[in-house]
Design a protein around this ligand. Sequence first.
Ligand code: NAP
Length: 257
Amino acid sequence: MYLPMDLLTYHAAPDLLANRVILVTGAGDGIGRAAALAYAKYGATVLLLGRTLSKLEAVYDEIEQQGGAQPALLPLNLAHAKPDDYLSILRTIEKKVGRLDGILHNAAMLGPLTSLQTYDPETWDEVMHVNLRAPFQLTQALLPLLTESKDASVIFTTSSVGRTVRALWGAYAISKQGVEGLSRLFADELAGNSNIRFNCLNPGATRTRMRASAFPHENPDTLPTPNNIMPAYLYLMGGDSHGVTGQSLDVPRGDWT
Ligand code: NAP
């Protein structure tokens, strides 16, 4: 379901995310980086989770330069994360900021675009771990904090292959199908007894490293940048989307050229 076209020009109130603490996974690059900067710009304290510390530090510095609240760094390789790592994130957030009002599950790996006949099972596990198990386990571990928030939003990042599988998209497609179900299941199970909303958001084709590796012959200038699509990410994270839950939404398509 496409979000309304007017979200292309959605102007979030400058204090949309004031006093909110939001965790972004894969915050060092691409869409996650843009979201971390946007959330900080609109008042949030942002927790930057990712596997490459130098990239997270660069985002941290940018947030400080733009006058945002001091972020926190949560370096973690989600491909190898164990239950204790998720608990340690919970403890760190409890100790450093004491609350959590949102998670953007954005980190993902594409894996090889190859047929199931030849797909390497070890790589399959790695892709599933980063793209599906991590959003499940991180959400599960952080529910105690999210439950205490008056208005929490959890966004899972999906893809068109999460709705309809496409040949050669292997574990990536299956992981995104799983993410769609995971989001709906959290929304169903917690409906009525929590203030947490759970939605899937499909950014659509966006000018990032992952897109370039999936479509090497495409002209990136024809695609929106991560910054172009931030209105939808702000809308779903902030209070203006209160009551929207269990949905799978698409960033509206515009003329980006
Ligand atoms: P990207 O530029 O490749 O960024 C992916 C981010 O995930 C990076 O920050 C990366 O960290 C992080 N990451 C990857 N593996 C990780 C791991 N094992 N542990 C922790 N972090 C890890 O991709 P993107 O295009 O911005 O994608 C963001 C999301 O949008 C993904 O969920 C993707 O599936 C989805 N999506 C994108 C498009 C598109 O056209 N771009 C379309 C549909 C859906 P490093 O920088 O350290 O590698």
